[in-house]
Design a protein around this ligand. Sequence first.
Ligand code: AMP
Length: 561
Amino acid sequence: MDEIQASFGQFGLSDPLIRAIEEVGYEAPTPIQLKTIPLLLEGRDVIGQAQTGTGKTAAFALPILEQLNPRRKEVQALVLTPTRELGIQVAEAMYSYGKHLGVRVLPVYGGQSIGKQIHRLESGVQVVVGTPGRIMDHLRRGTLDFSNLRFIVLDEADEMLRMGFIEDVEWILSNAPEERQTALFSATIPAEVRRIADRYLKDPVMVEIEHRTMTVPTIDQRYVMVSEAQKVGALANVLETQTAPGEAVLIFARTKTGTADLAEKLQARGYAAEAMHGDMNQVQRENVVRRLRSGQLEIVVATDVAARGWDVDRIGMVVNYDIPYDTESYVHRIGRTGRAGRTGKALLFVTPRQKRMLRDIERYTGQRIEPVKVPSPADVAARRTQIFKERILKTLEEEDLELYLNLVEELVEESGYDISEIAAAAARLARGDKPLEVVIEPAPEEVSQTEEGMVRLFIHAGRQAGVRPADIVGAIANEAGVPGRAIGAIDIYNHFSFVDIPAQYLDRVLERMDGVTIRSQKADIRVATPKDQKGVPPQRDFKSRGKRFNPRGRKKPPRRE
Ligand code: AMP
């Protein structure tokens, strides 16, 4: 890649935004940003065909932030998202980009206290990010004022369609001022999304990422499915089990800060690792490359920009710690391994939301990327043991052990211990503080344990209010349109109840059940926490205290998509 390096400077964004981009550690605009930002700055409406992971949030957020007036305490921009999770993510991103402008961003979604939201809205925010149901609610109550609204973004429009929010979205669009700029982002553009665009966008420009079909060199390509929080642990296990000692590994992360953080974490685990990013000058970068080539370094964590144009033959494995923005950079990244006739390995970390990016890469390279499991602690322990044994045998074969043989014989004689016991003590001593076994750190438990693919909800209504399982199934099925048979276990206690629902319905249930009553009791439905279940009896005791009811019998929950 030797084209002239694109930079955020070329958009003419104001200094507070450039500073914020610098702080989040972005080095260069992604392909969707390169195309969308100038159009939105020009005032055009845009349809962006882009999915999560392409950098689409900054593609709309930066030009909107550039154009709104932070001194006016009124809602100037609205971003509609299909889920609470995405809404929070977008709001956090917009907040961090708008930090030096002093822009206030408020996420607004169902399942959160409406009173608090009203209070925040009254105190003056410029950007509102929310799910359609709750936004509609605020508009109807008059607690959200659109008279100064200048920008609307429909994020993941196809998802909003799939989740049945399209009518709500249309209602919101038809209640927004005519004089506004609208951007629609969608991974796919089905007819219904196209219809919305035709109806509510003004002469929109269609923006897509170009997908060139690319040939991939013969490299063993695999992926692991991990959550963001699991990545570091997974990487550590991969490094221990899948790389040969001394093998050079190149890891790609998205941002400067990301490379620095990860290199530091790897150093703390005892690896000779270093970051390489665009803030380092040519000499510093060459220094890193030289040390990797000579074997002084085992791991380099780099951004795409920093790794451009370098040539190291030694790399045995490329890890895509953060998924690349497009197929092209994936192919460039993995092309760093398998050079000079060696066989190379490439591993891609994919979070559940990035599945589509994975499929895109496969489609445009015409090669399958095989799934692998994150190596378990037992795998790591087995590998450590194997390497340690090999080291001992190598020492036996290659070193002069005369002196030590005498020592062992003396010890046997003097101590009366068995020779194998003495060898075990010597091995323990040689390991020092590097244990063979792996200490399993308990995973942070955020939500209550349920069947796989299910989420447990807490309902603030129980037996005293006369709640029966059928009331809960009925309310969820009717209000949120969840098929009754998909609803899982229900536990009813005196003052509250729990119900398991398939995770894919979570956002819809929270959104639609907001304010719903069950047996005249306000349901106050939310995700259950382990704390909710503290003090409630374990399941086998349910007969005496609460009733357990499972409308689906013992069937497995439906698989998540
Ligand atoms: P999105 O597709 O908007 O969900 O963004 C995916 C990820 O890419 C987020 O973690 C962003 O922080 C990150 N990101 C967005 N733009 C850039 C950029 N120009 N350089 C590096 N990372 C970026």
